[in-house]
Structure formats: C-alpha cells, structure tokens
Design a protein around this ligand. Structure first.
Ligand code: KIV
Ligand code: ZN
Length: 540
C-alpha cells in the first residue's frame, strides 16, 4: 500500500500558475511566474502546478525554470499538466526534469457530454487511454496524478472503473474535478464518499479535489470533501481561474486553521489537537495575495474573505466599540495571522544599496544585478519624495520591475495639460520596435483618456480599454500609486501595470506595459489551452 495514502495533514496543491493563469487576461511572463513560485514555496504549499508545458515554448520554459530554481530537495513538488497523450506527457516530463520532486498530472474527460462533443470518444476508449497514459507518465516519474475531467457530471459507476484502472496503472493521486462548478457541498461530499467505498484500490492513492466557483460553492464543496476523505485540495491564490475562478487557497487554509477543532476528528485527530492541518505559513497569505493580484492584474474585491481590503476593517460604530473592548466580539481571526500588519517602515533616504538588497532578500526577492540596479535607482527617486519607505513600497517597486516585458514600444516622453478650464490634452513621444521615434497629441475626456488616445495614434494596435484602476500602496498623500489596466484585443485580454508617485506617469506606464504584452503575444503566436483545444485524437 502506498504510504502516502494516509497523509497526516491536508496537502495544499496550488494551481495559480496553471488554472489561475487560464483566467482571461492573467497571462504571466516567465519572471513573474518565477516570483510567484518562490513566494508559494515561502507560503509552504506542498505542490506547485507550474503550468502546461505543451502549450507553448514560453510555458515550457517557465515550468522548467520553476523546476530548476524552486523545485529544490526541501522545496515543494513541482507539477506539470498534460492531456492524456504521449506528446503532452513527454513534454511535461522534459520540463520537470530539473525538479527534485516532480509530478505529472494527466487528465481525460469522463462525462458523457465531454466524451460526445469534445473528445468524440467512447467510454471504452477512455477506459483504455486513462491507464495507458498513467503508465506512460509513470515511466518518467513516480509521482503521477490522474484527473477524470468533469467528474462532477460523470456517471459514478463509470468514474469508479476509470479511477480503479488509473490507480492500478500507478496513479498516486486521484483528483476529482468539478470542472464546471455545478455540484453542491452535500453532492460533492457524497461523490468522494462513493469513490472511497466503490473503488477497490482507492487506499493506494490520495484523493484530491479540484473545483470551479461558478455557483460560489467551491470552498464549501472542498471542505465537505475533506470530511469525506479528500486529503489534497487544488486551489489558487485569490481564487483566480477560469470563469468564476477556482477554490481560494487563503479561504480554505484559514477555514481549516480557524475551525481546526471542527475538522480535527475528520482526520482522525483528537478534537483539541493543536497540530496545524496544513503546512501553510498563514502569515504569508496577505503578501502572496498582493503579489498575485499585482502581477496578474486581477484585482481583489474589497469584501473578499481573508484578503479583501475590508476583511479586517470595522466600519460600524458598534463593531468598533466592541472590537476595542475585546477583539473576539466581532473577529474570529487576527489580522496578524495572515500577515496584514507586517508593513514595517524599513528604509529611508540615506539607506544604501546593501541595506536595500538585504531587505529585498528578507522579503524573498532575489534580483539579478540589472534588475537590482534599476530597482535601486527607483528606490532613490522615491526616497527623495517620501521620507519613510515601507516594505509595501519596496514590493511595489520590485513587482513593477518584475512585470516589465521587453519594451518594444517605449514611451520616451509624456506631457499633459488639464484642469477645470482646459480641455485635457496629451503629447507623447514613443519609440517603435524599429527604432523610429514618433510624436503625436490628442484631446480626451480626461488626462488619462488623452494620453491613451495619443499613444493609440502612434501605436497602431486596435484594442479596447476594459478596466482601469488606481490604488495607493500605503496611506499618505506621498504614497505610490499603482495603476492596473486590462485591455481587450480581438477575444483576448491583456493586463498592464505601472507604479509611480505620479499617477499620470503610472497610467502611461501601465498602458505601454499592456501594449507590449499584447504585441509580444501577437509575435509569439497563441498558446494552447489544455481543456479547450481539442485533445489529440491518437494516443500513440
Ligand atoms: O477544471 C478542471 O477539470 C481542470 C482539470 C485539468 C483538472 O482544470
Ligand atoms: Zn480547473
């Protein structure tokens, strides 16, 4: 029997970089993925699903670098997704090779609706392909995860047969996805219970769950699954992912943490056991959430559980009074427990390069020499404007550096005139990829509109601005403003990010950043989507 089948705690499998990155507009470059992977390792996740290596050379490179740099012997397991085909599996195995602990996650759909309209395969064929491809994955790595896609809408009897065969072929984790977010908590719990009772060799594998949030039930479904025997949870930071997203890691972890007494008995522990239920360092949650939101351009709604701006804010007088008298009157957890107050004032005008680098290292950023030089320059500029620099300021500078894509279009100059008696007018000078510099001007409804219109006159890539937001990094009128935008080109979304104490400059940078991402993607061609792009017809 596989000793992994009875883990003493819940395994946290993070798929922010794979399923999360499948969110419209959340595309990340290799450096951004590496920064997130490093932070996930600090957070203490057990498995990082780093991507779908067959999708594109860029995805392959990202998985390979994460395997190399984050997949160290005492680091997390690095996982790559592969459809149930030899090409996908072989490519995933190559990308994962540098990891000390590597996992291949292969999947094939099992619901009749997917079989008929997507795969165009019979149940008999799926019953053959699943074990065949698990065995093929097993020829590269010991740790193989198998998912019957759309398990939530599959015929349970057929599902049991597929799972039994996948385990017999060597799958060490059996993942049960509610791909379309259709199930209710009691149905999901019953599905896991049914699997435990009806798959004869289920003891040889860990039961994992994966689910989407279309009905807002993903986290509740997972917690019910835990009560029924699931021991791995597949989730994403801030719940980002396809459509309404995936189950949110921070919500699951804090539910298991805060309600430990309730969940302990389901893991065979005494009710009052203090042993953590996951390996997560909860004090890293807030920081991880900010990083993912910043780098993906997917903003966190203010009322989002655990990491939303209002999650620990007490607006109403009655609540404030109660909280001042005794925190527990209205708080079930402490802001400290997610690292919300870890925003120390650390550096100032006179801090040198060494102190700057040391603090960045402490925060988990290990920048290359060039990135460090650029970031230090920006730090000095900021220190001239702002007396005290906090950790969040530093993170804003560094995240902005990491987010830079090659500046094929470079904004050399921007000037705006506006005010209550002026028509907002912007003049911009942009250097094009061929080195030519063009200057143009435009009038807009406001200064940002004028800048974007002027840039559009020079950079001729049709797009539609879908979202624009400014957030201040810290309190105070000298705060850095972070601008996040999302724009649409044909059917694809692209995000852009800029940070500066001047929000007009930050807005211009964000737009150029998004345009450069868009242009790079057009040049590199479209990456494959693991679920929407048809599965290759033959397995050999
Ligand atoms: O939602 C889903 O079914 C998936 C699988 C690839 C596990 O993401
Ligand atoms: Zn999914």
């Amino acid at each position: 029997m596989n000793t992994q089948s009875k883990p003493e705690r819940i395994i946290i499998f993070d798929t922010t970089l794979r399923d999360g990155e499948q969110s419209p507009g959340a595309t990340l470059n290799v450096d951004e993925k590496l920064a997130i992977a490093r932070q996930l390792a600090r957070l203490g996740v057990d498995v990082i699903e780093a991507g779908f290596p067959f999708a594109s050379p860029g995805d392959f490179e990202a998985v390979q670098k994460i395997a190399e740099q984050v997949g160290t012997p005492d680091g997390p397991t690095i996982c790559g997704l592969a459809r149930a085909t030899q090409q996908d599996i072989e490519t995933a195995a190559r990308a994962l090779k540098p990891a000390a602990k590597a996992r291949i996650h292969t999947f094939i759909a099992t619901s009749d609706i997917h079989l008929e309209y997507k795969l165009r395969k019979s149940r008999k064929e799926v019953l053959e392909i699943a074990p065949e491809m698990v065995a093929y994955a097993k020829s590269f790595v010991d740790d193989v995860e198998f998912s019957p896609e759309d398990a939530g809408r599959s015929d349970p009897e057929f599902l049991y047969q597929v799972l039994e065969r996948a385990i017999a072929a060597g799958a060490t984790t059996i993942n049960i996805p509610d791909t379309v977010g259709y199930l209710t908590p009691s149905e999901f719990g019953a599905l896991i219970k049914g699997i435990k009772e009806n798959v004869p060799n289920i003891d040889q594998a860990i039961i994992s769950v994966h689910g989407h949030n279309d009905l807002g039930l993903a986290v509740a479904n997972f917690l019910e699954a835990v009560k029924n025997g699931a021991r791995q949870l597949e989730c994403t930071i801030n719940g980002i992912g396809e459509r309404a997203g995936n189950a949110a890691l921070e919500e699951l972890v804090m539910a298991l943490h805060v309600r430990r007494k309730y969940y302990n008995p389901f893991l065979g522990r005494p009710e009052d056991s203090e042993e953590p239920l996951t390996n997560i360092d909860t004090r890293q949650l807030y920081k991880t959430s900010r990083m993912v939101s910043n780098l993906t351009g997917m903003l966190v709604q203010p009322n989002k559980a655990i990491v939303g701006a209002n999650a620990f804010a007490h607006e109403s007088g009655i609540h404030q009074d109660g909280v001042l008298k005794h925190k527990l009157t209205y708080e079930i957890m402490d802001a400290q427990s997610i690292g919300l107050n870890d925003n120390l004032i650390v550096l100032g005008k006179h801090s040198g390069r060494n102190a700057f680098r040391t603090r960045l290292r402490e925060l988990g950023y290990d920048l290359g020499e060039q990135e460090l030089n650029r970031a230090f320059l920006r730090f000095k500029e900021l220190a001239d404007k702002k007396k005290e620099i906090s950790d969040w300021d530093l993170e804003a500078i560094v995240n902005d550096e990491i987010q830079q894509v090659p500046e094929l279009f470079k904004l050399e100059h921007v000037q705006v005139s506006c005010g209550d008696h002026a028509r907002p007018t912007a003049t911009v000078t942009v250097r094009l990829p061929d080195g030519q510099e063009l200057t143009d001007a435009a009038i807009g409804t406001g200064p940002v509109d004028a800048i974007y219109k002027a840039i559009n006159r020079v950079v001729d890539i049709p797009n539609q601005l879908i979202e624009y937001s400014v957030q201040s990094v810290t309190a105070g009128i000298d705060a850095i403003g972070e601008v996040t935008i999302r724009l649409k080109h044909e059917d694809r979304m692209f995000s852009g990010h800029g940070a500066s104490t001047d929000i007009i400059v930050a807005s211009s940078q964000a737009y150029m950043n998004a345009l450069n991402r868009l242009y790079t993607t057009l040049q590199n061609g479209k990456a494959l989507h693991p679920q929407h792009d048809s599965v290759l017809p033959s397995v050999n």
